[in-house]
Design a protein around this ligand. Structure first.
Ligand SMILES: [Zn+2]
Length: 267
């Protein structure tokens, strides 16, 4: 299976080079055009966050490297989303490394920087792309769930996350993935929140547990965390998390869910 990972990395690297080349060739005029587009009132700015990086690992098994899978899905999601009008798409990272050059022990700073980046480009939404594992290695845990902001402090941001999350989850189920009934917060819907047990928002209510979500809420926009499937589940891994084509299917599902939520029209 190491060969498979090498093959995946090689394909991704070439995709990365192509995309980096395109991004790298952007001129000031392009940047101005982009900025003019962003100021149009009906233009949506979506920031896709490929979870983790080569300094801040996600789930690893002998058949799966989460940070690589997430990067694939982000590229494919961006490619699909850019088929629509009135949307500008950014990614928090385009390569394997930490985009901020941070070491393994600076995970919190890396997450803060990702939110700061989204804020700097005036994100309407930050969509963080992940894959799951069961911490108890329960191989029956499977399917997708989306972690959305809780109702505290800024309920509008939560409501937007719930609606967007539902739109994405609907598309993910069309790929054959089940809805995961998260054991930390079982409610059967696949749309879940998780509260911090120790930190609070300025109004005294419980913060969202995940830094990306609570920092985005504080900054004034919605962040959702999409957990596509479980690398610890044989069916999810084999049928959804093993090939570039499968990652493309997930990226397209995410993009379609985002486009449907915003009512975007194909070009
Ligand atoms: Zn992850």
């Amino acid at each position: 299976m190491k060969n498979l990972n090498k093959k995946l990395l090689a394909v991704l690297l070439s995709a990365s080079i192509i995309v980096t080349g395109v991004v790298g060739s952007s001129t000031t005029a392009d940047a101005k055009k982009k900025s003019a587009k962003s100021t149009k009132s009906n233009n949506i700015v979506v920031v896709l966050d490929a979870g983790h990086d080569s300094a801040h690992f996600g789930c690893h098994t002998d058949r799966f490297i989460e940070e690589t899978a997430n990067l694939y899905i982000a590229y494919y999601c961006k490619q699909e989303l850019e088929k629509y009008n009135d949307v500008t798409v950014y990614m928090t990272r385009y390569g394997f490394e930490c985009p901020y050059g941070l070491e393994e022990n600076n995970k919190a700073d890396c997450l803060s920087n990702r939110v700061d980046f989204a804020k700097s480009v005036k994100a309407d939404v930050l969509v963080s792309l992940h894959n799951d594992y069961d911490p108890d290695l329960d191989v029956t845990q499977n399917g997708s769930k989306i972690i959305v902001p809780n109702q505290n402090y800024k309920p509008d941001i939560s409501n937007k996350g719930i609606a967007l999350g539902q739109s994405i989850l609907t598309q993910l189920t069309t790929t054959g993935l089940n809805i995961n009934d998260w054991k930390l917060c079982p409610n059967g819907t696949g749309i879940v929140t998780r509260d911090s047990s120790s930190s609070t928002y300025p109004d005294g209510s419980a913060k969202d547990y995940y830094a990306l979500i609570n920092k985005s809420k504080t900054a004034g926009f919605t962040c959702v965390i999409v957990e596509h499937g479980f690398c610890t589940n044989e069916s999810d891994l084999t049928n959804h998390l093993s090939t570039p084509e499968q990652y493309q299917e997930l990226g397209i599902a995410d993009a379609t869910g985002i486009a449907n939520y915003y009512g975007l029209k194909l070009k």
